[in-house]
Design a protein around this ligand. Structure first.
Ligand SMILES: C=CC1=C(C)c2cc3[nH]c(cc4nc(cc5[nH]c(cc1n2)c(C)c5CCC(=O)O)C(CCC(=O)O)=C4C)c(C)c3C=C
Ligand SMILES: [Fe+2]
Length: 426
């Protein structure tokens, strides 16, 4: 290693490599920045500059703008840490209190994502002192029950109608749904926790935490080059995601700028998030031989390539038969069943975090996937695919859906605006 200061080369080079690599690999997580997402990553306040002017490593210095056509945290590359937290409005809190809350939250998020304390007034916990923004994103959404509590039922999108029941659901209502949902992501655990505490504190008397879940992904720089992440089953997970370079990406993921045929207009540039806490039955999964694990998914574990050959980005050959005449990618393989061409084109952008909450009451790991998928309409994304998976996915015996939420995530706030203003003041 040269004795050049970090800020001279590593900060800018690694940030750039991460950006380009993610896009070039189309990517790593299938999440590409820039052109369509509005979530352009840039080095904060000068190359590698910390709030106090000292140099930061690339991880700290990378900032994701708060303002834009879409909220950050949707097309942003997966971060190493994540917190999902749902709130219910406090008894007696209505539209006015909700508007004030979203204004406070947006201001805190705007400041923290730029590496600043959540408010000027002091009282900051100091947990993120010394660190840069570390790709922090804070994303806000509204659950179905929010609209009744705020007298806004007439403006509730049809897309927030409850998800259908699935036969394999084991849902815990106390860890499901919620009036408001906040997704926090950052590449540093302290930065993410700092944002979580600030958001909880800013809720004040207006809202109470309903549930909270904590997740993680691989840290940037842990692999020799940017790669699609792995989940806790050891699979490369994210390959088949729609890519922002594809012409139908925006149509699939975001509500059109005019609100679209189904509206509502206040959701222009927004997206719907389906959140599922999916426990992985790892003790059972890990007993399977690697070849059998690969047949469950239809892809190789080593590099994520289809069992029909090629590399991670090669298309699945769903018609190819083996010497025994059976399809090489089994009829019930997860990647076959969930593919858009098997579901009338239904597609979603999967952007999960893994979780591990120790050992459950049954003595097995309480670990799995905080599955989050983004789409312009859940009835054209998550629902048809989950229906199909529910009827015969080879992965089903190894997973259990334990909690669920569906949230309307409005478009990004313009300069001077707060998230959700068009709903709350429109
Ligand atoms: C309803 C949607 C889906 C749920 C729920 C889901 C759970 C789930 N998936 C994996 C692991 C993998 N999934 C993969 C592909 C894949 N999965 C879905 C949808 C759901 N998955 C889709 C739409 C796709 C893409 C299909 C395609 O376009 O080909 C893969 C293969 C690699 C990849 O494309 O990402 C893996 C691995 C787990 C472990 C899981 C629940 C815990
Ligand atoms: Fe999947």
């Amino acid at each position: 290693m040269s004795d050049k200061p970090v800020s001279d080369h590593r900060a800018s080079d690694i940030s750039r490599r991460r950006l380009i690599g993610t896009a070039g690999a189309a990517g790593a997580a299938g999440l590409v920045l820039g052109a369509t997402g509005g979530a352009t990553v840039y080095a904060a306040a000068g190359p590698g500059a910390a709030p106090d002017g000292k140099a930061l490593t690339s991880v700290g210095s990378t900032a994701v703008p708060f303002h834009g056509a879409h909220q950050a945290g949707i097309t942003t590359p997966l971060q190493a840490r994540g917190h999902l937290v749902a709130f219910d409005l406090a008894p007696g809190a209505g539209r006015k209190e909700a508007a004030a809350l979203l204004r406070r939250w947006s201001e805190a998020a705007r400041r923290m994502t730029a590496g600043r304390p959540p408010a000027d007034a002091g009282g900051d916990t100091g947990v993120a002192l010394d660190a840069g923004p570390s790709s922090l994103t804070v994303t806000f959404g509204f659950g179905r029950t929010f609209f009744g509590r705020t007298g806004l039922d007439a403006r509730r999108p049809a897309a927030l109608d409850p998800l259908p029941d699935f036969s394999s659901d084991h849902l815990d209502p106390r860890r499901s749904d919620g009036d408001l949902w906040v997704q926090i992501g950052a590449d540093d655990a302290l930065v993410a926790f700092h944002a979580l505490r600030a958001i909880q504190k800013e809720a004040g008397e207006a809202a109470r935490v309903r549930w909270q879940m904590n997740g993680f992904n691989r840290s940037p720089g842990a692999t020799a080059h940017p790669m699609t992440t792995r989940n806790l089953m050891g699979q490369i997970d994210g390959t088949g995601n729609p890519k922002p370079s594809e012409s139908d990406f925006d149509r699939r993921v975001f509500v059109p700028a005019d609100g679209g045929a189904e509206g509502p207009e206040w959701m222009a540039g927004g997206s719907y998030a389906v959140v599922r806490r999916i426990r992985m039955l790892l003790d059972d999964w890990e007993k399977l031989a690697r070849g059998d694990q690969e047949k469950v998914i239809g892809r190789r574990k080593s590099d994520g390539a289809p069992l029909t050959g090629g590399t991670e980005t090669t298309e699945l050959d769903l018609d190819k038969a083996g010497p025994d005449g059976k399809p090489v990618i089994p009829a019930n393989a997860h990647a076959r069943i969930s593919a858009p061409e098997q579901n009338g084109g239904a597609a979603m952008l999967r952007r999960p975090f893994s979780y591990h909450d120790g050992i459950g009451a049954d003595g097995t790991p309480d670990a799995g996937l905080l599955f989050i998928c983004w789409q312009a309409d859940p009835l054209r994304g998550f629902v048809p695919v989950q229906r199909k998976l529910d009827r015969g996915d080879a992965l089903s015996p190894f997973v259990r859906h334990e909690a669920s939420g569906l949230f309307a995530v409005p478009g990004g706030a313009r300069d001077g605006e707060y998230v959700g203003q068009r709903l709350l003041e429109g």
